[in-house]
Design a protein around this ligand. Structure first.
Ligand code: MN
Length: 286
């Protein structure tokens, strides 16, 4: 298996525990990854969705096993919980099997540039118009993801490559575009005001690298629609990888279909997650 040699890899918005999670793609990425530091930039688990219904697959278990295996191998694995896994913020400052859990991170690139790394939901209040609009947006987004699932299944039958309906819709809906623009500016300005050379985040499921507010804005994207990762090479340059494209090109390594375990319970190795989420739900009042 060819390896992906880099200094740092940033991934976010994996949404483990839901059927939207594209775990087989992520597993393929992780198995090839050869890095010094791996940063999980939030929404690794979708604990919100898991409170309603858990969809767990063998590939999702393997993703977790592989992340721990990287930590065992000496990779500095950092986990910054997001809003969908905010229950794990109760564990900030601790370590689980070599994975450091942090609220955010100051990452220094090989070329000396410093980046402020956070999930990004802390900018929601500054970015969104109103709570009601946000909820409506969230509901239609869920609907789009559902539709996306069916479109993808259909295209699979027709032997067409993966194409994301919700990704397509998002770039064409004016309000979503405004939201993304405001998010990028707010996050970048915040990083600049703290003296950083750039910002690295996730949350909005829109991967990108762009100059904003005088600093470099980077978004890792997600693994529910786009399958993207932000990579720092050994010289300190940042690159965006679109892993679903990569897998499609490499036909010898077809990604297997991820069959959902419909028994819908947390796997035993994740039982601790249930108790953490229950405790934190009380403390945050959400
Ligand atoms: Mn988020």
């Amino acid at each position: 298996m060819p390896s992906l040699d880099c200094r740092t890899a940033f991934i976010s918005d994996i949404h483990l525990g839901t059927r939207d999670c594209r775990a087989p793609y992520l597993l393929d990425f992780l198995q090839r990854l050869d890095c010094e530091r791996l940063v999980l930039v939030g929404d690794v688990f979708d604990i919100w969705a898991m409170r309603r219904r858990v969809v767990w697959t063998a590939a999702q278990s393997k993703v977790i096993e592989h992340i721990f295996a990287l930590a065992d191998r000496g990779v500095d694995v950092v986990y910054i919980p997001g809003n969908h896994d905010e229950a794990l913020r109760a564990l900030v400052g601790t370590e689980i099997r070599g994975v450091r859990i942090l609220r955010n991170l100051a990452h220094e690139n090989a070329d000396g540039r410093r980046f402020f790394v956070s999930h990004g939901d802390e900018f929601d209040d500054a970015v969104r118009h109103s709570r009601v609009q946000h909820l409506l947006g969230d509901m239609s987004y869920q609907l789009l993801l559902r539709l996306n699932h069916w479109v993808d299944t259909l295209r699979g039958y027709l032997n067409l490559p993966y194409w994301s309906l919700s990704a397509w819709a998002k770039t064409r809906v004016g309000r979503a575009r405004d939201y993304i623009g405001r998010f990028e500016s707010t996050a970048s300005r915040n990083a600049r005001e703290q003296g950083f050379d750039g910002y690295i985040g996730g949350h909005i499921h829109k991967a990108g690298i762009a100059k904003r507010e005088g600093v470099l804005y980077c978004n890792t994207g997600d693994w529910v629609e786009h399958c993207t990762a932000l990579i720092e090479d050994h010289s300190g340059y940042l690159h965006l990888l679109h892993w679903s494209d990569h897998v499609r090109l490499d036909a010898s390594d077809a990604v297997p279909v991820d069959h959902a375990d419909t028994s819908a319970g947390l796997p035993p190795e994740l039982a601790w997650l249930g108790s953490v989420s229950a405790t934190a739900a009380l403390s945050t009042g959400k």
